[in-house]
Design a protein around this ligand. Structure first.
Ligand code: SF4
Ligand code: SF4
Length: 94
């Protein structure tokens, strides 16, 4: 299987994925909307007590922030797009 890339850069070298603010995340009661919403198997619920984690950060679509809109307490953050673009460009050598 070929390595996943974005703009010619290996996906694993691109630091783009959701960050969970645990002070705000309440697991939506017990029905995590972000996990239900995202089709890319990025999130998982693990542990006891249960906790949302970003299990597969490289599955997150680069520059997607869509799950943010389903998170009522605004517990999902993302890196700076400009900063990540700079990283991508530097890895491409321009
Ligand atoms: S949608 Fe927000 S509050 Fe709900 S589980 Fe996801 S991060 Fe937590
Ligand atoms: S930003 Fe998009 S791809 Fe990434 S976890 Fe959220 S919905 Fe999924």
């Amino acid at each position: 299987m070929s390595e996943q890339t974005y703009m010619g850069v290996p996906r694993k070298e691109i630091p783009w994925s959701p960050e969970i603010d645990y002070a705000k995340c309440d697991l939506c009661g017990s029905d995590p909307q972000c996990l239900r919403f995202c089709p890319h198997d990025v999130f998982s619920i693990e542990g006891d007590p249960k906790k949302l984690i970003v299990k597969n950060p490289e599955n997150c679509v680069v520059f997607c922030r869509s799950c943010r809109k389903v998170c009522t307490p605004d517990a999902l953050g993302f890196p700076s797009k400009q900063k990540v673009l700079r990283i991508i460009k530097s890895k491409r050598g321009f």
